[in-house]
Design a protein. Structure first.
Length: 140
């Protein structure tokens, strides 16, 4: 299969296989007017299988969302057909409106307009806790 390279835009590489559609939805890539290519289950020497997203436009990306979904993602910025920047991600310290608190007694369950906010409490185990009720959420 042949997918053209990006002349000017962003390539999200090393996405865990099967996670590209989650990223597509959370980053609202359906709202941009340029081409977005999603490649799923591509062969990877390092990971076995991976997904890739190519965006034919330079846009602002929420690096916290990307880091939360998969901290192994590489964000490649391409201009005039050349790689100009390569960003490596990590788990963000804080997440707002990405994770929804599952605790039925949490204030976010009652007050719908409150931002669901979580803080990273254990980087190794990938555990976040709700800032309101301290409910635990583990990254899968």
């Amino acid at each position: 299969m042949n997918i053209d390279g990006v002349k000017t835009g962003i390539v999200l590489d090393h996405i865990k296989a099967g996670k590209s559609m989650t990223i597509y939805k959370l980053l609202r890539l359906d709202k941009i007017n340029n081409t977005v290519a999603i490649i799923q289950n591509a062969t990877s020497e390092k990971y076995g299988k991976k997904d890739i997203i190519k965006i034919d436009q330079l846009i602002d990306l929420d690096m916290d969302v990307l880091g939360y979904i998969d901290s192994n993602i590489t964000v490649n910025i391409v201009e005039d057909g050349k790689l100009v920047e390569k960003k490596h991600l990590e788990l963000p310290e804080k997440l707002d409106d990405v994770i929804i608190c599952k605790n039925p007694r949490c204030i976010t369950s009652v007050e719908q307009e409150i931002v669901h906010s979580f803080r990273l409490t254990d980087r190794e185990k990938k555990i976040y806790r709700c800032v309101y009720c301290d409910a635990e959420h583990k990254v899968k």
